[in-house]
Design a protein around this ligand. Structure first.
Ligand code: TYM
Length: 333
């Protein structure tokens, strides 16, 4: 059976980009795939984290998965550090990942910034750990937002390099699944920048923990231009902020951008924004409320993660055993 794996970092709160670009698609896919959803706490360590905040964010991301509709009875939900084989396979794969491939990764360049010499090794090796996350389960499909495409290509390359090196057909080539209308949600303050957890301005994003007032304020303050909404996609594409808001509207509604334009063409942003506030609150409000309810019982979240880690750990241990046999690492029994 086809198997999906995907994950999110427990760094700050999840936002609308995480929801529309990834989480919502996972919910739709869980019916058709064996599904493994991870909270990638080891990846979070590539940037400095406060231990107490990291712990609480890890549970909060688990709560967000479940509140958004991931069924913990059918899917495996766990935190990455609970299954040691991710880190073990990451080492093995790092021995098959040429530096030239890693040097091409744009996320490292963005995150390391100007002081590349001070960037930590983990940040550089980040995509190899990500490849290990996927490949340890021999996942066939990986639903992500557009920004993860390059990392997925690297995972495919590493899987191929491993298979060739040992002349085996062990790892499948994981297929990226970049789905829906909003594969790249942009900042509410700047339509040319991705909506991101790390943006200094909280007004740049809608967090899954925002209440109705915060959502309304952020959308009302969102940057726009003075023109009314256009009637064609071609005209929309030249206006990044307008395009972003229309895309968000269409994605939340489950329609398309053209359908949204058919409805709002010629109208002012103030009319359109009111409709967007109503739709956002209607769609996100129940998720936020359910997250809050789940967060009030952290022991229950931990039980779900424990169960998930046990299931994931069994599969990961089996696969790592097979890999050790392929590689010639002595398995003592
Ligand atoms: P992370 O935590 O940055 O983001 C989680 C998911 O949300 C998507 N996303 C977006 N989609 C649309 N618009 C946006 N503005 C936006 N921002 C984020 C991301 O594409 C992602 O799907 N490296 C990954 C985590 C990871 C992973 C994995 C993913 C680790 N191992 C294995 C898949 C498979 C990351 O940092 O995602």
């Amino acid at each position: 059976m086809d198997r999906i794996f995907s994950g999110m970092q427990p760094t700050r709160q999840l936002h609308l980009g995480n929801y529309l670009g990834a989480l919502r698609n996972w919910v739709a896919l869980q019916d058709r795939f064996e599904s493994i959803f991870c909270i990638v706490d080891l990846h979070a360590l590539t940037l400095p984290q406060d231990p107490a905040v990291l712990l609480s964010n890890t549970r909060e991301v688990a709560a967000a998965y479940i509140a958004a509709g991931i069924d913990p009875e059918r899917c495996v939900i766990f935190n990455q550090s609970a299954v040691a084989q991710h880190a073990e396979l990451s080492w093995i794969l790092s021995c098959h990942a040429p530096l030239g491939w890693l040097n091409r990764m744009t996320q490292f360049k963005d995150k390391a910034g100007k002081h590349r010499e001070n960037a930590v090794l983990g940040l550089y090796a980040y995509p190899v750990l990500m490849a290990a996350d996927i490949l340890i389960y021999k996942a066939t499909h990986v639903p992500v937002g557009e920004d993860q495409k390059q990392h997925l290509e690297l995972a495919r390359d590493i899987a191929g390099a491993f298979n060739r090196h040992y002349a085996v057909d062990y790892f499948p080539q994981p297929e990226p699944q970049i789905l829906g209308e909003a594969t790249r949600v942009m900042s509410l303050r700047d339509g040319t920048k991705k909506m991101s957890k790390s943006d200094e301005s909280d007004y740049s994003r809608i967090n899954l923990t925002d209440d109705a007032d915060a959502i309304a304020q952020k959308i009302r303050k969102a940057k726009t231009d003075p023109e009314p909404l256009p009637d064609t996609l071609e005209a929309l594409e030249k206006r990044p902020e307008a395009d972003n808001l229309v895309t968000i509207y269409a994605a939340l509604e489950g329609s398309g951008r053209q359908q949204a334009l058919d409805r709002f063409a010629g109208q002012t942003f103030s009319t359109f924004k009111s409709a967007l506030v109503d739709l956002s609150v209607a769609r996100l409000g129940p998720i936020t409320a359910e997250m809050r309810r789940l967060m009030s019982d952290p022991a229950e979240i931990d039980r779900i993660l424990r169960r998930g880690a046990d299931k994931a750990g069994d599969m990961a241990a089996r696969h790592l055993g097979e890999l050790k046999d392929i590689i010639g690492l002595l398995r003592l029994r």
